[in-house]
Design a protein around this ligand. Structure first.
Ligand code: NAD
Length: 301
């Protein structure tokens, strides 16, 4: 299998799960600020350092693979607000290159990892279904939605074998501290203030990265008709609740309110009932346990 973005946070967990399940994995990763060789330490994969938007790099890797799990992306919303260009290049053009190379390589299947953010903000009580319209609210989400549109277009126009996997906020080891949850843990461990956007009212749904990786294995094994998969943690928390929880688990740090992110989406929420029923998958890591384990591992480091 070719796994793009496999040296990143979620990719490195997926790489572990794939290898443990007996798959032969080649990781393609540009090792940007978010991807690190150390993330794959002890994992029996071949790491190719290269750009997913470069067809000359991608084509031979796709030719040598049976399928592609496509996770390479620029992933941080705040960065996309400051400069959208790398997001357009990697998330959109990179996905186009993966599609074209898979097409040229005899229609290799693509498992494309996307996000709950493509739907934009979910009104209270609404959980987005697989066929709901995409209404991205920030530049990162817009590039992920555009990538999904390309995936659907290649499927519709060229009959490419594609899957789209949308998940809620992941947390766990090897995540970059620019992401809120890990940043809060790092600051609380140092006794520093935890910055909370606006009034902390935005709601995110938390899924442990090991549960995400287990779902990827289940999706690879799945032989039914479903093409779009929703993976939800069903652990919705306001940012204020999550920062408070981390502060209380660590026993130090204080909250400080900072200006809200421009275009902040109030709430993300996926309906994952179909996916759970079809795959027999459900998250196993309770939020408090996952957080304690993550805090312990970061404390040790
Ligand atoms: N983190 C989340 O909570 C979350 C939630 C939903 C969906 N996603 C999606 O899951 C995927 C993985 O997210 P993550 O949080 O692990 O991100 P990450 O930023 O930790 O990892 C992304 C990886 O992609 C690599 N990469 C970036 N540009 C590249 C390029 N041009 N060519 C090759 N590799 C490149 C980076 O080096 C990095 O290793 C992304 O597609 C993201 O959109 C993430």
């Amino acid at each position: 299998m070719l796994l793009t973005g496999g040296a990143g946070f979620m990719g490195s967990s997926v790489a572990r799960a794939l290898v443990d399940a007996g798959h032969e994995v080649v990781v393609l990763d540009a090792l940007t600020y978010a991807g690190r060789r150390e993330h794959l330490q002890g994992v029996a994969v071949e790491l190719v350092v290269g750009d997913v938007a470069d067809p000359l790099c991608v084509q031979p890797l796709v030719d040598a693979a049976d399928l592609v799990v496509h996770m390479a992306a620029e992933s941080h919303v705040d960065r996309s607000v400051r400069d959208t260009r790398p997001f357009v290049r990697t998330n959109i053009d990179g996905t186009r290159v993966v599609l074209e190379t898979c097409q040229m390589s005899g229609n290799k299947p693509i498992y494309h990892v996307s996000t709950d953010e493509v739907f934009g903000s979910a009104p209270a009580g609404v959980f987005f279904g697989e066929r709901d319209p995409l209404r991205p609210g920030n530049p990162y989400a817009a590039t992920k939605a555009a990538a999904e549109c390309l995936i659907e277009a290649w499927r519709h126009t060229f009959g490419l074998d594609t899957r789209i996997i949308r998940c809620t906020n992941n947390y766990g080891r090897r995540q970059h501290p620019e992401k809120a949850l890990v940043g809060w843990i790092q600051r609380a461990l140092r006794g520093e203030a935890l910055p909370v956007h606006g009034e902390g009212a935005a709601v995110r749904d938390w899924l442990h990265v090991d549960d995400f990786a287990a779902a990827i294995l289940a999706i690879l094994d799945y032989e039914g008709e479903r093409r779009t998969f929703h993976l939800a943690g069903r652990n919705p928390r306001t940012n204020l609740e999550m920062a408070e929880l981390i502060r209380s688990l660590i026993g130090s740090g204080r909250l400080v309110f900072v200006p809200d992110r421009p275009g902040q989406d109030a709430r993300y929420a996926l309906d994952d009932a179909h996916t759970r029923a079809d795959l027999g998958w459900a998250p196993r890591v309770p939020l408090a346990d996952g957080l304690r384990e993550l805090i312990d591992s970061m404390r040790r480091r």
